[in-house]
Design a protein around this ligand. Structure first.
Ligand code: PLP
Ligand code: ZN
Length: 422
């Protein structure tokens, strides 16, 4: 029995209905630039949906498929993505001086980032459509995710990568058998080129912004659902999230909105969006009171994965930050580096720069009094720093070397470490 879940798409800001025509460049509201998002009809079925969210998912994110805009006959291509730990980070909380801190550890996804929650849907849908090849422009993490799921689904994957991408990302992408092409200029140019490949080669463009793939971006909502279930639907006061194009933050918010609509929570948490000072189009728009962010010039930050010159979802994100009493903040590269190292040392979570911005952001928001020390906070640790180990050890003292039987040398090495601890 196939029961079609009749899904319509509307502008999440002004509510105008939207026709999903194939071949469109970008799905953004032509009137207010809001994100185009599916709406689900919970009417008369709230208990059913509540039981789905209470139960969680044991097959990747597909246990939530009734809340995803995917045809019932699509066969999932999954690597058991999602279901990531929510760690209570007491050591780091003490260091930062906040009552309670959680880390949503998305680094443990199959390709090491939360983008797997997108990739599983995008690849499943492309395969269902009969496509053989997917393509995308990416800073690296999206490409690794799509390349991994393409391999799993037996499909070809072309990746267009900008020149500054981290080399270990490129190697990871090629390890999944994807066909890598580097391009001059920005991620944005790469995304547009992937789009052109649709006509040229019959590629399926799966670039990861909500406006390019409003279906697959819904996968990120499940992070919100999981946090809800993991905390018995008592959400933290704040959810602190990195912002590149804005999909991650806006979709975690959507997940919380669903829980509110279903009566599982009674108010929304406040959201803080964090960017790097070297690329902060959203923060600038937030601070200057704008409704839509202008594009940034040339990014200059170690947080490469969120150095998007265009915050595609800026209208939606700015609106939700303001309506939840949230905020947007930028942090410097030295602050990011310090946060990466502290998170590894205190909690054994290796956060890549684009994820460590959240921990650096909490520190800054506590210092400025925006977040109170009595509140609880959840940082979204979006990607794994095991591919950024040179940064992890940057600035640490040199590793001492001891010869055979050199007990005095060993004493000196141990003493040097002890001294460093004081
Ligand atoms: C893609 C990415 C983000 C945020 O991306 P959005 O475009 O805002 O959804 C954050 N962290 C990491 C590690 C990423 O790869
Ligand atoms: Zn609109």
């Amino acid at each position: 029995m196939k029961e079609e879940n009749p899904i319509s798409f509307v502008c999440s800001l002004c509510g105008r209905p939207y026709a999903m025509e194939a071949g469109r460049d970008r799905h953004l509201c032509p009137v207010c630039s809001g994100s185009i998002e599916p709406v689900y009809d919970f009417h008369g079925k709230k208990e059913h949906y509540r039981s789905i969210l209470r139960r969680g998912s044991s097959h990747g994110i597909w246990g939530y498929r009734e809340l995803l805009p995917v045809d019932p006959d699509v066969v999932p291509v999954t690597l058991d993505e999602g279901n990531t730990p929510l760690l209570q980070a007491d050591h780091l909380a003490r260091e930062l001086g906040v009552r309670r801190l959680y880390l949503k550890n998305e680094t443990l996804n199959p390709s090491y980032t939360y983008k797997d929650r997108f990739a599983t849907i995008a690849v499943s849908m492309a395969k269902h459509k009969g496509r053989h090849t997917i393509a995308l422009g990416s800073a690296g993490n999206a490409a690794a995710a799509l390349a991994a799921f393409a391999a799993r689904g037996g499909m070809d994957c072309f990746v267009l990568l900008p020149p500054g991408a981290v080399q270990d990302r490129a190697r990871q992408i090629r390890s999944y058998g994807a066909k890598l092409i580097t391009m001059e200029e920005t991620i944005n140019d790469c995304i547009l080129m992937a789009k052109r490949g649709e006509d040229l080669f019959g590629w399926e463009n799966v670039s990861t912004a909500t406006c390019f793939h409003p279906w697959a971006a819904e996968g990120y909502k499940t992070i919100g659902y999981e946090i809800g279930r993991q905390l018995d639907f008592r959400l933290p006061d704040w959810i602190v999230c990195p912002v590149g194009g804005g999909a991650l933050l806006s979709k975690i918010y959507r997940g919380c909105q669903d829980m509110l609509a279903l009566g599982l929570i009674d108010h929304l948490p406040r959201f803080a969006g964090v960017q790097a000072e070297g690329c902060m189009p959203l923060v600038r728009a937030y601070e200057t009171g704008k409704a839509v962010a202008d594009d940034w010039g040339v990014p200059d930050t170690i947080a490469f994965a969120i150095a998007d010159v265009c915050t595609f979802e800026s209208a939606t994100v700015l609106s939700l930050l303001r309506s939840t009493g949230g905020t947007a903040v930028a942090v410097s590269d030295p602050e990011i580096l310090e946060a990466m190292q502290a998170t590894g040392r205190k909690e054994a979570v290796l956060a890549e720069p684009a994820s460590a911005v959240t921990v650096a952001g909490v520190k800054k928001l506590l210092a400025g009094g925006t977040i109170s020390r009595e509140e609880s906070v959840c940082c979204i640790i979006s990607g794994n720093g095991v591919r950024d180990l040179p940064l992890m050890v940057q600035g640490l003292p040199e590793v001492p070397r001891v010869g055979v039987d050199d007990v005095e040398g060993l004493r000196a090495a141990v003493a040097a470490y002890q001294k460093g601890k004081e």
